[in-house]
Write a protein that binds this ligand. Structure first.
Ligand code: A2P
Length: 337
């Protein structure tokens, strides 16, 4: 049977996630007829590499979406707000990595390992969840299915690449300057990120939480289809280039032993268990960066609660947390229901 090939556009192709999208489309051999690399007018004429050829970056305009079958967006919420409906109207399926549409009732929010069926409910736009939420839910879904989840208490340790290519550059330059005894004014982050941690990602809300923390609440509930699930998060930026880490306390409905959780996670597609403290083996962002799995370790029962566990979950925020999950949605979409 002949494989159908698709015209694909990557919006934000010069950015940290967009470049990873191109890389993942290439290495997973996504069936592409033609590919377009789109960015802002500033980048028009720049070149990006794809599968051994050089693509000219084009400005994102309404006309750019003519004939496109699949459009992967990662150029910020305002670009998605303006262009995603235009792309969908032109006949493309949009997979949007920004927060623009994630909370809309008629727009599916998908982690394929968790709620694949929701892909097929779309009206032109499918939302890709927040990076911290994706990796957490891949690891928690088997526990939820086995024992139910009552409550989640999360602390994240998030890499600077989550804030884009310019944030990575700021972190690198600041680390270098600090070692040389110089001071540098932060521009992307509100305070120095070199040799520091910032308990502040995205904007503060009226309830005292940041929007990043509330995304973990809203998106976990939507993807699990549990609108009342109790979730509480503290999201922290750390001076790691790539790879988000999370300490997650999971209170379950039924008692489940740590050994059973380890056994379940060892069988879970997309998860790699790294949990051998005797040999100092546990997940670290340094090892996760550039790879696809969600790594889970430090699996242990909560000493203060008989139906709760602690987990340490790490994944590459640019890959499973963004570009890989988006490409997986596209792959499942073309396979069909
Ligand atoms: P550009 O490089 O032309 O600014 P990151 O998240 O790494 O900061 O990347 C953001 C991506 O979004 C880049 O590819 C950037 O392109 C793109 N982008 C930013 N503003 C716009 C815009 N107004 N229209 C289209 N793409 C944009």
């Amino acid at each position: 049977m002949a494989v159908t090939h698709y015209n694909v556009a990557v919006v934000g192709a010069t950015g940290a996630v967009g470049r990873t999208m191109l890389d993942i489309l290439e290495t997973r051999r996504f069936p592409i007829a033609e590919i377009k690399a789109l960015a802002s007018a500033r980048s028009a004429g720049k070149k990006v590499l794809f599968a051994g050829s050089i693509l000219d970056v084009q400005e994102t305009t309404p006309e750019a979406f003519e004939g496109i079958d699949i459009a992967l967006f990662s150029a910020g919420a305002s670009v998605s707000k303006k262009f995603a409906p235009i792309a969908a109207e032109a006949g493309a399926v949009v997979i949007d990595n920004t927060s623009q549409f994630r909370r809309d009732d008629d727009i599916p929010l998908v982690v394929p390992e968790v709620n694949r069926a929701d892909i097929f409910k779309h009206n032109g736009i499918i939302a890709n969840p927040n990076c911290s939420t994706i990796q957490m839910l891949v690891a928690l879904d088997p526990i939820r299915k086995a024992a139910g989840i009552e409550r989640l208490v999360i602390s994240t340790y998030q890499a600077v690449s989550g804030a884009g290519a310019s944030a990575m550059e700021e972190a690198r330059l600041q680390c270098q300057a600090t070692i040389e005894g110089k001071t540098v004014q932060p521009s992307i982050f509100p305070h120095p990120i070199a040799f520091n941690v910032l308990p502040h990602i995205d904007v503060f809300q009226d309830n005292g939480y940041t929007k990043e923390e509330m995304k973990m609440v809203w998106e976990t509930r939507k993807i699990f289809g549990e609108p009342n699930l109790r979730v509480s998060a503290t999201c922290v930026r750390v001076p790691v280039l790539t790879g988000h880490s999370e300490a997650v306390n999971v209170e379950t409905r039924d008692k489940i032993e740590a050994s059973k959780v380890r056994e379940l996670l060892e069988k879970t597609p997309g998860v790699t268990v790294v949990d051998d403290p005797a040999n100092l083996q546990y997940p670290m962002p340094m090892n996760a960066a550039g790879t696809d799995p969600v790594y889970v370790g430090r699996i242990r029962e909560d000493l203060s609660h008989d139906k709760a566990l602690n987990l340490w979950i790490v994944s590459d925020n640019l890959r499973k947390g963004a570009a890989l999950n988006a490409v997986q949605i596209a792959e499942e979409w073309i396979k069909g229901e």
